[in-house]
Design a protein around this ligand. Structure first.
Ligand code: G6P
Length: 362
Protein backbone atom coordinates (compact mmCIF):
# COMPACT_ATOMS: atom_id res chain seq x y z
CA UNK A 1 0.00 0.00 0.00
CA UNK A 2 0.95 3.66 -0.19
CA UNK A 3 1.81 3.56 3.50
CA UNK A 4 4.46 0.80 3.11
CA UNK A 5 8.13 1.64 3.28
CA UNK A 6 8.85 -0.78 0.44
CA UNK A 7 12.59 -0.99 -0.16
CA UNK A 8 13.26 2.18 1.81
CA UNK A 9 15.01 2.04 5.19
CA UNK A 10 12.96 4.98 6.48
CA UNK A 11 9.74 6.75 5.58
CA UNK A 12 11.45 10.12 5.53
CA UNK A 13 13.66 9.09 2.61
CA UNK A 14 10.74 7.54 0.78
CA UNK A 15 8.70 10.70 1.21
CA UNK A 16 11.57 12.93 0.07
CA UNK A 17 11.86 10.79 -3.05
CA UNK A 18 8.12 10.99 -3.68
CA UNK A 19 8.16 14.75 -4.14
CA UNK A 20 8.52 14.86 -7.94
CA UNK A 21 5.51 12.52 -8.12
CA UNK A 22 3.53 14.75 -5.76
CA UNK A 23 4.11 17.67 -8.14
CA UNK A 24 2.88 15.66 -11.11
CA UNK A 25 -0.19 14.42 -9.26
CA UNK A 26 -1.12 17.96 -8.25
CA UNK A 27 -0.79 19.15 -11.84
CA UNK A 28 -3.02 16.29 -13.00
CA UNK A 29 -5.66 16.96 -10.35
CA UNK A 30 -5.84 20.71 -10.67
CA UNK A 31 -4.84 21.67 -14.21
CA UNK A 32 -6.63 20.50 -17.36
CA UNK A 33 -4.76 19.75 -20.62
CA UNK A 34 -5.71 23.16 -21.99
CA UNK A 35 -4.32 24.91 -18.89
CA UNK A 36 -7.68 25.61 -17.22
CA UNK A 37 -7.41 25.36 -13.48
CA UNK A 38 -9.95 23.15 -11.75
CA UNK A 39 -10.64 25.05 -8.55
CA UNK A 40 -14.22 25.72 -7.54
CA UNK A 41 -15.39 29.14 -8.62
CA UNK A 42 -16.96 29.65 -5.17
CA UNK A 43 -13.51 29.48 -3.58
CA UNK A 44 -12.04 31.94 -6.07
CA UNK A 45 -14.95 34.39 -5.78
CA UNK A 46 -14.80 34.29 -2.03
CA UNK A 47 -11.05 34.99 -2.09
CA UNK A 48 -11.51 37.67 -4.73
CA UNK A 49 -14.05 39.51 -2.61
CA UNK A 50 -11.78 39.60 0.40
CA UNK A 51 -9.36 42.47 1.00
CA UNK A 52 -6.73 40.45 2.86
CA UNK A 53 -5.77 36.82 3.26
CA UNK A 54 -4.70 35.43 6.61
CA UNK A 55 -2.74 32.20 6.39
CA UNK A 56 -2.76 30.31 9.70
CA UNK A 57 -0.62 27.22 10.33
CA UNK A 58 1.93 25.48 12.54
CA UNK A 59 5.42 24.05 12.04
CA UNK A 60 6.36 23.12 8.51
CA UNK A 61 2.93 24.16 7.23
CA UNK A 62 3.62 27.66 8.60
CA UNK A 63 6.81 27.71 6.52
CA UNK A 64 4.82 26.70 3.44
CA UNK A 65 2.57 29.64 4.30
CA UNK A 66 5.51 32.04 4.15
CA UNK A 67 6.01 31.07 0.52
CA UNK A 68 2.24 31.23 -0.04
CA UNK A 69 2.33 34.91 0.88
CA UNK A 70 4.95 35.53 -1.82
CA UNK A 71 2.80 33.74 -4.39
CA UNK A 72 -0.53 35.31 -3.46
CA UNK A 73 0.86 38.83 -3.25
CA UNK A 74 2.98 38.65 -6.40
CA UNK A 75 0.72 36.59 -8.67
CA UNK A 76 -2.79 37.42 -7.36
CA UNK A 77 -2.05 40.84 -5.79
CA UNK A 78 -3.94 40.30 -2.56
CA UNK A 79 -2.26 41.44 0.68
CA UNK A 80 -1.47 38.32 2.68
CA UNK A 81 -0.35 37.77 6.26
CA UNK A 82 1.04 34.54 7.65
CA UNK A 83 0.52 33.60 11.29
CA UNK A 84 1.57 30.86 13.66
CA UNK A 85 -1.72 29.36 14.85
CA UNK A 86 -0.79 29.20 18.55
CA UNK A 87 0.05 32.92 18.50
CA UNK A 88 -2.93 34.05 16.45
CA UNK A 89 -5.36 32.17 18.68
CA UNK A 90 -4.85 34.23 21.80
CA UNK A 91 -3.53 37.47 20.34
CA UNK A 92 -5.10 38.01 16.92
CA UNK A 93 -3.98 40.99 14.84
CA UNK A 94 -6.39 43.78 13.94
CA UNK A 95 -8.33 42.23 11.06
CA UNK A 96 -9.11 43.94 7.77
CA UNK A 97 -12.72 44.68 6.78
CA UNK A 98 -13.11 41.53 4.66
CA UNK A 99 -10.67 38.87 5.81
CA UNK A 100 -10.37 35.42 4.26
CA UNK A 101 -8.61 32.63 6.14
CA UNK A 102 -6.45 29.87 4.71
CA UNK A 103 -5.55 27.01 7.04
CA UNK A 104 -2.53 25.02 5.91
CA UNK A 105 -2.31 21.67 7.64
CA UNK A 106 -0.94 18.34 6.52
CA UNK A 107 -3.01 16.34 9.01
CA UNK A 108 -6.03 18.60 9.30
CA UNK A 109 -6.04 17.89 13.04
CA UNK A 110 -3.62 20.38 14.62
CA UNK A 111 -5.30 21.72 17.77
CA UNK A 112 -3.72 25.17 17.54
CA UNK A 113 -5.16 25.65 14.06
CA UNK A 114 -8.53 24.20 15.05
CA UNK A 115 -8.79 26.70 17.87
CA UNK A 116 -8.33 29.58 15.41
CA UNK A 117 -10.82 28.10 12.94
CA UNK A 118 -13.43 27.86 15.71
CA UNK A 119 -13.04 31.63 16.30
CA UNK A 120 -13.16 32.35 12.57
CA UNK A 121 -16.40 30.39 12.28
CA UNK A 122 -17.87 32.13 15.31
CA UNK A 123 -17.20 35.48 13.60
CA UNK A 124 -18.75 34.25 10.38
CA UNK A 125 -15.67 34.60 8.16
CA UNK A 126 -14.99 32.40 5.13
CA UNK A 127 -12.14 29.92 5.18
CA UNK A 128 -10.26 27.39 3.09
CA UNK A 129 -8.35 24.41 4.47
CA UNK A 130 -5.49 23.06 2.38
CA UNK A 131 -4.75 19.59 3.72
CA UNK A 132 -3.51 16.14 2.86
CA UNK A 133 -6.26 14.36 4.78
CA UNK A 134 -9.73 14.17 3.35
CA UNK A 135 -12.50 14.54 5.94
CA UNK A 136 -10.06 15.71 8.61
CA UNK A 137 -11.42 18.05 11.26
CA UNK A 138 -10.07 21.26 9.74
CA UNK A 139 -11.35 20.15 6.37
CA UNK A 140 -14.85 19.52 7.71
CA UNK A 141 -15.03 22.71 9.73
CA UNK A 142 -13.78 25.18 7.10
CA UNK A 143 -16.00 26.66 4.39
CA UNK A 144 -13.90 25.08 1.63
CA UNK A 145 -11.19 22.42 1.24
CA UNK A 146 -8.46 21.70 -1.29
CA UNK A 147 -6.61 18.39 -1.01
CA UNK A 148 -2.91 17.73 -1.61
CA UNK A 149 -3.24 14.13 -2.86
CA UNK A 150 0.33 13.55 -1.62
CA UNK A 151 -0.38 10.10 -0.18
CA UNK A 152 0.06 9.34 3.53
CA UNK A 153 2.95 11.16 5.18
CA UNK A 154 4.26 8.90 7.95
CA UNK A 155 7.66 10.29 8.98
CA UNK A 156 7.26 12.83 11.77
CA UNK A 157 9.41 15.34 9.89
CA UNK A 158 7.20 16.73 7.13
CA UNK A 159 8.64 16.82 3.62
CA UNK A 160 6.25 16.14 0.75
CA UNK A 161 3.45 18.05 2.48
CA UNK A 162 5.61 21.20 2.42
CA UNK A 163 6.32 21.01 -1.29
CA UNK A 164 2.75 19.91 -2.02
CA UNK A 165 1.31 22.85 -0.12
CA UNK A 166 3.52 25.35 -1.92
CA UNK A 167 2.65 23.88 -5.32
CA UNK A 168 -1.06 24.08 -4.55
CA UNK A 169 -0.65 27.66 -3.33
CA UNK A 170 0.99 28.43 -6.68
CA UNK A 171 -1.94 26.92 -8.57
CA UNK A 172 -4.40 28.83 -6.39
CA UNK A 173 -2.49 32.11 -6.87
CA UNK A 174 -2.47 31.59 -10.63
CA UNK A 175 -6.22 30.99 -10.89
CA UNK A 176 -7.06 33.81 -8.50
CA UNK A 177 -4.72 36.17 -10.35
CA UNK A 178 -6.35 35.26 -13.67
CA UNK A 179 -9.79 35.97 -12.25
CA UNK A 180 -8.50 39.35 -11.09
CA UNK A 181 -6.87 40.06 -14.49
CA UNK A 182 -3.42 40.38 -12.99
CA UNK A 183 -0.66 40.52 -15.59
CA UNK A 184 1.75 38.51 -13.44
CA UNK A 185 -0.80 35.69 -13.42
CA UNK A 186 -1.18 35.70 -17.21
CA UNK A 187 2.61 35.43 -17.48
CA UNK A 188 2.81 32.53 -15.01
CA UNK A 189 2.45 29.20 -16.82
CA UNK A 190 1.97 27.21 -13.64
CA UNK A 191 1.71 23.75 -15.24
CA UNK A 192 4.90 24.28 -17.18
CA UNK A 193 6.72 25.75 -14.18
CA UNK A 194 5.66 22.95 -11.83
CA UNK A 195 6.69 20.34 -14.38
CA UNK A 196 10.10 21.98 -14.47
CA UNK A 197 10.13 21.78 -10.66
CA UNK A 198 9.27 18.06 -10.73
CA UNK A 199 12.17 17.41 -13.10
CA UNK A 200 14.49 19.52 -10.96
CA UNK A 201 13.47 17.70 -7.78
CA UNK A 202 14.13 14.39 -9.53
CA UNK A 203 17.63 15.54 -10.45
CA UNK A 204 18.26 16.44 -6.81
CA UNK A 205 16.96 13.23 -5.24
CA UNK A 206 19.08 11.30 -7.74
CA UNK A 207 22.16 13.07 -6.37
CA UNK A 208 21.52 12.18 -2.74
CA UNK A 209 24.93 10.50 -2.32
CA UNK A 210 26.56 13.93 -2.73
CA UNK A 211 24.47 15.34 0.09
CA UNK A 212 25.31 12.35 2.29
CA UNK A 213 29.01 13.16 1.83
CA UNK A 214 28.56 16.84 2.59
CA UNK A 215 26.56 16.01 5.72
CA UNK A 216 29.28 13.59 6.84
CA UNK A 217 31.95 16.25 6.45
CA UNK A 218 29.97 19.12 7.94
CA UNK A 219 27.63 17.89 10.64
CA UNK A 220 28.77 14.75 12.47
CA UNK A 221 29.76 16.37 15.78
CA UNK A 222 28.68 20.00 15.72
CA UNK A 223 26.35 21.30 18.45
CA UNK A 224 24.94 24.10 16.35
CA UNK A 225 24.49 25.22 12.76
CA UNK A 226 23.03 28.08 10.76
CA UNK A 227 21.10 28.33 7.55
CA UNK A 228 21.15 31.81 6.05
CA UNK A 229 19.29 33.49 3.18
CA UNK A 230 17.34 36.58 2.24
CA UNK A 231 13.94 37.24 0.72
CA UNK A 232 12.43 33.96 -0.50
CA UNK A 233 15.66 32.28 0.60
CA UNK A 234 14.86 33.39 4.15
CA UNK A 235 11.56 31.49 3.86
CA UNK A 236 13.48 28.43 2.69
CA UNK A 237 16.11 28.52 5.42
CA UNK A 238 13.51 28.63 8.19
CA UNK A 239 12.13 25.30 6.97
CA UNK A 240 15.62 23.91 6.27
CA UNK A 241 16.67 24.72 9.84
CA UNK A 242 13.54 23.16 11.33
CA UNK A 243 14.20 19.95 9.35
CA UNK A 244 17.80 19.73 10.53
CA UNK A 245 17.10 20.48 14.19
CA UNK A 246 14.07 18.22 14.56
CA UNK A 247 15.75 15.04 13.35
CA UNK A 248 19.47 15.58 14.13
CA UNK A 249 19.11 17.54 17.42
CA UNK A 250 21.70 20.01 16.15
CA UNK A 251 20.61 23.41 17.39
CA UNK A 252 19.98 25.14 14.07
CA UNK A 253 18.73 28.60 13.27
CA UNK A 254 17.35 29.76 9.94
CA UNK A 255 18.46 33.35 9.76
CA UNK A 256 17.97 36.39 7.55
CA UNK A 257 21.58 36.81 6.42
CA UNK A 258 21.50 40.60 6.57
CA UNK A 259 20.46 40.48 10.20
CA UNK A 260 23.43 38.35 11.36
CA UNK A 261 25.62 41.37 11.96
CA UNK A 262 23.06 42.79 14.39
CA UNK A 263 23.82 40.22 17.04
CA UNK A 264 23.83 36.61 15.97
CA UNK A 265 27.23 36.72 14.28
CA UNK A 266 28.73 36.62 17.79
CA UNK A 267 27.82 32.91 17.83
CA UNK A 268 30.11 32.10 14.91
CA UNK A 269 33.26 30.24 15.92
CA UNK A 270 35.94 28.31 14.12
CA UNK A 271 34.18 25.42 12.36
CA UNK A 272 30.56 26.54 12.89
CA UNK A 273 28.56 25.10 9.96
CA UNK A 274 26.75 27.79 7.95
CA UNK A 275 24.63 26.79 4.96
CA UNK A 276 23.91 29.72 2.64
CA UNK A 277 20.89 29.38 0.34
CA UNK A 278 21.04 31.54 -2.79
CA UNK A 279 18.13 31.34 -5.23
CA UNK A 280 17.01 34.99 -5.19
CA UNK A 281 18.69 37.10 -7.84
CA UNK A 282 18.16 40.39 -6.02
CA UNK A 283 19.88 39.32 -2.84
CA UNK A 284 22.42 36.75 -4.09
CA UNK A 285 25.31 39.21 -3.92
CA UNK A 286 24.34 40.31 -0.44
CA UNK A 287 24.04 36.78 0.95
CA UNK A 288 27.45 36.00 -0.54
CA UNK A 289 28.98 38.95 1.25
CA UNK A 290 27.26 37.91 4.50
CA UNK A 291 28.74 34.45 3.97
CA UNK A 292 32.18 36.04 3.53
CA UNK A 293 31.73 37.78 6.87
CA UNK A 294 31.12 34.48 8.69
CA UNK A 295 33.92 32.73 6.78
CA UNK A 296 36.30 35.44 7.98
CA UNK A 297 35.29 34.40 11.52
CA UNK A 298 36.07 30.73 10.86
CA UNK A 299 32.66 29.39 9.80
CA UNK A 300 32.54 26.32 7.62
CA UNK A 301 30.30 27.56 4.78
CA UNK A 302 28.38 25.42 2.31
CA UNK A 303 26.69 27.21 -0.58
CA UNK A 304 23.39 25.95 -2.00
CA UNK A 305 22.76 28.04 -5.10
CA UNK A 306 20.60 28.08 -8.21
CA UNK A 307 22.57 27.17 -11.31
CA UNK A 308 22.22 30.63 -12.87
CA UNK A 309 23.54 32.26 -9.68
CA UNK A 310 26.16 29.65 -8.76
CA UNK A 311 29.93 30.03 -8.54
CA UNK A 312 32.29 27.23 -9.56
CA UNK A 313 33.12 26.47 -5.94
CA UNK A 314 29.51 26.18 -4.72
CA UNK A 315 28.96 22.73 -3.22
CA UNK A 316 25.28 22.25 -4.06
CA UNK A 317 23.83 23.52 -7.34
CA UNK A 318 20.06 23.68 -7.86
CA UNK A 319 18.26 23.41 -11.20
CA UNK A 320 16.83 26.77 -12.25
CA UNK A 321 13.07 27.13 -11.79
CA UNK A 322 10.60 30.05 -11.62
CA UNK A 323 11.85 32.56 -8.99
CA UNK A 324 8.73 32.09 -6.82
CA UNK A 325 9.07 28.30 -6.88
CA UNK A 326 12.71 27.94 -5.83
CA UNK A 327 11.73 26.65 -2.35
CA UNK A 328 10.37 23.51 -4.07
CA UNK A 329 13.83 22.55 -5.29
CA UNK A 330 16.06 24.20 -2.68
CA UNK A 331 14.41 22.35 0.19
CA UNK A 332 15.25 18.92 -1.27
CA UNK A 333 19.00 18.90 -0.49
CA UNK A 334 18.19 20.47 2.88
CA UNK A 335 15.77 17.63 3.70
CA UNK A 336 18.42 15.11 2.62
CA UNK A 337 21.03 16.92 4.73
CA UNK A 338 18.75 16.56 7.78
CA UNK A 339 18.05 12.91 6.99
CA UNK A 340 21.71 11.93 6.66
CA UNK A 341 22.82 14.02 9.65
CA UNK A 342 20.27 12.21 11.81
CA UNK A 343 21.38 8.76 10.66
CA UNK A 344 25.08 9.62 10.92
CA UNK A 345 24.52 10.77 14.49
CA UNK A 346 22.70 7.53 15.29
CA UNK A 347 19.08 8.60 15.67
CA UNK A 348 15.71 7.23 14.58
CA UNK A 349 15.01 9.70 11.80
CA UNK A 350 11.34 8.75 11.44
CA UNK A 351 10.56 9.18 15.15
CA UNK A 352 12.56 12.00 16.66
CA UNK A 353 12.31 12.30 20.44
CA UNK A 354 9.59 14.49 22.00
CA UNK A 355 7.72 15.00 18.71
CA UNK A 356 4.37 13.81 17.39
CA UNK A 357 3.19 13.66 13.80
CA UNK A 358 0.02 15.48 14.62
CA UNK A 359 -0.33 17.59 17.75
CA UNK A 360 -3.94 17.47 18.93
CA UNK A 361 -3.43 19.39 22.18
CA UNK A 362 -2.92 23.17 22.41
C1 G6P B 1 3.58 18.70 14.19
C2 G6P B 1 4.47 17.95 13.21
C3 G6P B 1 5.08 18.92 12.21
C4 G6P B 1 3.97 19.71 11.52
C5 G6P B 1 3.09 20.43 12.54
C6 G6P B 1 1.85 21.00 11.88
O1 G6P B 1 4.36 19.48 15.04
O2 G6P B 1 5.50 17.26 13.89
O3 G6P B 1 5.80 18.20 11.22
O4 G6P B 1 4.52 20.63 10.62
O5 G6P B 1 2.62 19.52 13.53
O6 G6P B 1 1.08 19.93 11.42
P1 G6P B 1 -0.06 20.04 10.35
O7 G6P B 1 -0.62 18.66 10.26
O8 G6P B 1 -1.06 21.03 10.89
O9 G6P B 1 0.56 20.52 9.10
Amino acid sequence: SAADKGAYPYYMLKEIDEQPGVMRTLIKHYIAEDGTIKIDDDILQSLHQSDRIYIVAAGTSYHAGLVGKELLEKIAKIPTEVHVASEFGYNPPLLSAKPFFIFLTQSGETADSRQVLAQVNEQGYQSLTITNVENSTLSREATYTLLLYAGPEIAVASTKAYTGQIALEAILAKSLGELRHIEAAADFDVAKELTKVANGEQELVDEKKEIEKIAAALLPTTRNAFYIGRSIDYDIVQEAALKLKEVSYIQTEGFASGELKHGTISLIEKGTPVLAVITDKNTAKHTRSNAQEVMARGANVVFIASRSLANDSDQIVLPDVHPLLTPLVAIVPCQLMAYYASLQRGYDVDKPRNLAKSVTVE
